[in-house]
Design a binder for this molecule. Structure first.
Ligand SMILES: [Fe+2]
Length: 562
């Protein structure tokens, strides 16, 4: 294949490729592809008679030709003219070679730029629409700092942007702003972007703006600046609010009289307030390098708590820690699990030194225990005061109490046991006012003597009502000889008017009395006693109490010997 034939094929390919391919020899076109002639609106023949220069927009000619004179491949974007005078932007890639004395430039027009299908005027209109639809102020300024374009963003409808064109910053902005502009301009002229914030009074209110001032560099030459001015007043306000609330929180965190801490589940101390270091006696620096488990008296306790905390999400506890000075303190800790935005688990908690409270609690408990002992001894002493006067019935009140307590347990009345115990031990305290010879009289009592004996519940009541028991002890004692049918004394109460404790003591009292020795008769035994209550079940004695009493003996209850 001859060179000519190869050239023909290449020319054909170039024509069919769709690219705007061209060749220039000594400033004149020697070849243009069909696409090239379509882009510029000339026929191929017309183009072969004009120079490449005539396609470049006059204002761009010098810059473009200088660029294209450079050796090797060059890429250049510039304004060109179509045959009908329409201005278009094109990107041309060229390669400059030399054939003998001829300067040859081969290249192609980048259809990407041409292919946008917009004229310069249309692009300018689009830019206006775009710039007016964004929320920022955009100013274009030429190299002398004069406004050549200013948009009118949403929210600033009253602004007449066209009046700004041709003005310099000092004509339209406060001095503080224009000074800042010129300082940034020095950076722009070196090809650098400058960013700064300014504060302006607008309609009596302070507004804050962020300014991004970028240089317009065309063909490596500084041609002006673009200012994007964003109103950041609301962001500033929100930030200040956040700062204020953060500082409030920080102040609370620093000064609250409770130790606050954040750790990882592994025990690394992430954060703590000054009170935490005070509680543990370590300086803040010392605490930072410690592990939470270092302070535990019992390290296994931490493992147990951690397991519970991870399961429940929050735990309240009291536990012991060792201070730096070795002193062991009691702490109350309320802790909870918190996850950060990445899902990492932290433990947040509050510590209160309750050592003093714990000591106080222990001494109070000790005192209470002593008081209870004292109380019990007093009741026992009172109880025996009556019994020393009547040796035959010595131990009667104690035995009645034991049976009464068992009956109450059988009836599921555990909450009445304390009252029953005191009332049982003191139920005959009123007999203290009866002459001992009547109490121990081996023969039948006279009417008067019997009346005197029957008064003992009232005397007991009068003695005990002066004592502030947390239970109705005096009333129980008053009612312990009452009977369901109203035949009892001293008030002749019936059924529900008699306290359950009094009904229990009544049964226990009768059973103990019958089964024991009396001055006027020998002991009759348990079976006679139980027959008596069975016989009068529901008439004199409470049915449930009788049933419970029988059950207690069935289970093997025995009165202890006096
Ligand atoms: Fe009695």
């Amino acid at each position: 294949m001859s060179n000519g034939e190869i050239t023909d094929i290449l020319v054909h390919l170039a024509d069919e490729s769709g690219y705007g391919i061209f060749q220039v020899k000594n400033e004149r076109f020697t070849y243009v592809s069909s696409s090239f002639s379509r882009i510029f609106g000339y026929s191929k023949e017309e183009l072969l008679n004009v120079g490449f220069e005539s396609l470049i927009h006059p204002s761009w000619k010098n810059a473009v030709l200088t660029e294209m004179q450079k050796p090797g491949f060059q890429s250049c974007t510039f304004k060109a003219l179509r045959k009908n005078g329409e201005e278009i932007f094109i990107n041309v890639v060229t390669s400059k070679t030399r054939d003998k004395e001829d300067h040859i430039v081969t290249g192609y027009v980048n259809e990407m730029v041409y292919g946008l299908g917009f004229t310069e005027k249309e692009i300018e209109a689009i830019m206006h629409i775009f710039l007016n639809s964004i929320g920022d102020f955009v100013f274009l300024m030429n190299e002398h700092g004069r406004v050549i374009f200013a948009n009118n963003p949403y929210g600033f409808g009253s602004l007449k942007t066209q009046t700004l064109v041709g003005k310099k910053p000092e004509d339209i902005l406060p001095e503080k702003f224009s000074n800042r502009f010129y300082k940034a301009l020095e950076e722009n002229q070196k090809g650098k972007i400058a960013e700064y914030e300014v504060e302006l009074r607008i309609e009596g209110k302070t507004r804050y703006f962020h300014v991004k001032q970028s240089p317009i560099m065309l063909n490596m030459r500084y041609r002006g600046v673009v200012l994007v001015v964003r109103d950041i007043t609301e962001i500033r306000k929100a930030y200040k609010k956040l700062e204020k609330s953060e500082s409030k929180y920080r102040s609370l965190f620093e000064h609250v009289p409770v130790g606050l801490y954040t750790t990882t589940p592994e025990g690394d101390i992430v954060n703590f307030n000054p009170q935490s270091s005070l509680i543990l006696g370590y300086s803040q620096e010392e605490l930072k390098v410690r592990k939470a488990s270092d302070f535990y008296v019992d390290k296994a306790e931490r493992e147990k708590w951690l397991k519970e905390l991870l399961k429940k999400g929050s735990v309240e506890r009291e536990f012991r820690m060792r201070r730096k000075d070795g002193r062991i303190i009691w702490l109350k800790d309320t802790s909870r699990i918190r996850k950060d935005e990445h899902g990492k688990v932290y433990i947040e908690g509050s510590l209160q030194d309750i050592t003093e409270l714990k000591n106080l609690e222990a001494s109070l408990l000790e005192n209470l225990r002593k008081m209870e002992k004292l109380f019990d001894s007093t009741v026992m002493a009172l109880s025996s005061a009556v019994e020393v006067r009547d040796l035959y019935t010595a131990g009667h009140q104690r035995r009645v109490t034991q049976l009464a307590v068992e009956i109450a347990k059988e009836m599921g009345l555990e909450n009445r046991i304390k009252a029953l115990r005191i009332a049982g031990l003191l139920h005959d305290i009123g007999k203290i006012a009866i002459p001992s010879d009547i109490l121990t009289k081996p023969t039948r009592l006279t009417e008067v003597e019997y009346m005197l004996v029957k008064h003992h519940p009232v005397t007991g009541y009068q003695i005990l009502k002066k004592i502030e028991f947390p239970w109705p002890v005096a009333t129980i004692v008053l009612q312990h000889h009452e009977r369901l049918d109203g035949s009892g004394y001293p008030q002749g109460l019936k059924d529900g008017d008699i306290l359950i404790e009094a009904r229990i003591i009544a049964v226990a009292d009768v059973v103990e009395a019958i089964s024991s020795h009396r001055p006027y008769r020998p002991a009759l035994g348990i079976s006679v006693a139980l027959d008596e209550i069975k016989k009068n079940r529901g008439t004199l004695y409470d049915r449930d109490v009788v049933d419970a009493c029988i059950e207690v003996f069935k289970r093997g209850f025995e009165f202890p010997s006096s």
